[in-house]
Design a protein around this ligand. Structure first.
Ligand code: CTP
Ligand code: ZN
Length: 150
């Protein structure tokens, strides 16, 4: 039996669970949690029955819109969002890879204009398993293993 939670329960806010351990700091960056003034707690390399190990992030008093959290699907496709109100889980959501991605990832093509000038990258998601992103500017495909995050 678990004696206590590895990362303390929160009263109100959002718990992002089932994050792959390697994606924890990318998720923090994508959601701009560096700039968050609310209490943010996280744990990494926690035991998980489903994943072996996992990471978790808890953000007090913050709630996220679907399009905000769907941005993390590129790195944490199985993440689960739990909305907490007065210590209770009142909603569970899964993340979905959006059809279009703006920013977040660099274009893999070194000759792409987005790598030469300060233009925000834009991609169409051709496939989500494995991830294939087609650049709006140069039409080259950035694959899952080539994704480099801003
Ligand atoms: N949690 C929290 N603070 C609360 C309530 C829940 O931090 N006041 C966290 C739990 O520690 C857990 C997550 O929110 O990591 C989801 O809670 P719960 O649904 O109770 O857990 P599980 O059933 O294990 O979730 P899952 O659906 O992911 O299996
Ligand atoms: Zn490009």
């Amino acid at each position: 039996m678990e004696k206590h939670l590895k990362v303390s329960a929160i009263k109100d806010g959002t718990v992002i669970d089932h994050i792959p351990t390697k994606a924890l700091f990318k998720v923090i960056k994508i959601l701009k949690l560096e700039d968050c003034s609310q209490m943010v707690t996280f744990g990494n390399n926690l035991d998980s029955r489903a994943m072996g190990t996992k990471a978790i992030i808890k953000i007090a008093n913050r709630y996220f819109a679907d399009d905000e959290v769907n941005r993390i699907a590129l790195v944490a496709p199985n993440a689960k969002l739990n909305t907490i109100r007065d210590y209770e889980v009142v909603e569970k959501r899964v993340v979905e890879i959006p059809k279009n991605i703006k920013g977040i990832v660099h274009c893999f093509n070194p000759k792409c204009i987005t790598n030469a000038e300060s233009i925000i990258t834009r991609f169409e998601v051709l496939s989500d398993k494995p991830i294939e992103l087609k650049c709006f500017y140069c039409e080259k495909i950035t694959g899952e293993n080539e994704m480099l995050f801003f």
